[in-house]
Design a protein around this ligand. Structure first.
Ligand SMILES: Nc1ncnc2c1ncn2[C@@H]1O[C@H](COP(=O)(O)OP(=O)(O)OP(=O)(O)O)[C@@H](O)[C@H]1O
Ligand SMILES: [Mg+2]
Length: 226
């Protein structure tokens, strides 16, 4: 297991969110502060409907909050032009969605090749091996199990080598052992690339592997010690 001492002061802040509030039909959260440092992994727990995915979308360039700022390496994300925001999202941010949005009708390998072409980055065969999806490469993704599709979508995100990874229940469809393997891959990635990981999960054992754990509860982020 990879242990990162995040009190190391040479590790810089990648993301800094302050005073974040957001409501749809009702207020989901208010005055949330959160930062992600290089090599830091943050897990968010919370009941269904508490707003975890919404917070992930706000922090990952996808949704402007009603109130508050999100700074990516000092740059105010939602003050940027659409074009600049897209560029940050494309180059720096990797998002693993709750529903994985693979290109249906294409094989797993084709899905990865498309990501590799768009990002202009080589496919690292070690990622495919570590995620144990080598056998799925030639299959149409529609024929893969939910857990296999999830792992292909994780590989697709890692291939573009983002600085920050946002993962929305990335181990939801996986057995314990495979879930741990997936965590190994993501934690090793952020360690090696001095990246950051923000993961939403219902699984306390998975959350416990992260440096920092919060529960989204009563509109606040409450620090959790597991
Ligand atoms: N685009 C939207 N428009 C209107 N309401 C929305 C939108 N997105 C989310 N919501 C509402 O916000 C609330 C929180 O949704 P969110 O998806 O953030 O919850 P969650 O904590 O991720 O839940 P789960 O654990 O089930 O994934 C829900 O009541 C949902 O219906
Ligand atoms: Mg969700």
């Amino acid at each position: 297991m990879i242990e990162t001492v995040i009190s190391d002061t040479s590790l810089r802040t990648l993301l800094n969110a302050s005073e974040i509030s957001h409501a749809f039909d009702y207020t989901l959260f208010e005055n949330i502060h959160l930062s992600i440092k290089e090599r830091e992994s943050i897990a968010i727990l919370g009941v269904s409907g508490s707003g975890k995915s919404t917070l992930l979308h706000i922090l990952s360039t996808l949704l402007q909050p009603n109130h508050g700022k999100v700074l990516y390496r000092g740059l105010d994300m939602y003050a940027q032009s659409n074009r600049k925001l897209l560029e940050i999202r494309r180059k720096e941010i990797g998002i693993i969605f709750q529903s994985h949005y693979l290109f249906k009708g294409f094989s797993a390998e084709e899905n990865l090749r498309i990501a590799s072409l768009i990002a202009n980055k080589k496919i690292d065969p070690a990622i495919i091996e570590k995620l144990k999806i080598s056998d799925t490469m030639q299959k149409n993704v529609s024929l893969l199990s939910g857990g296999q599709q999830q792992r292909v979508s994780i590989a697709r995100v890692l291939i573009k080598q983002p600085r920050l990874i946002f993962a929305d229940e990335p181990t939801g469809n996986l057995d314990k052992e495979t879930a741990n393997d997936v965590m190994d891959v993501m934690l090793q990635y952020v360690h090696e690339k001095r990246g950051g990981l923000f993961i939403v999960t219902h699984d306390e054992k998975i959350a416990a592997r992260c440096n920092t754990i919060y529960r989204l509860k009563e509109k606040r982020l409450v620090p959790v010690i597991l």
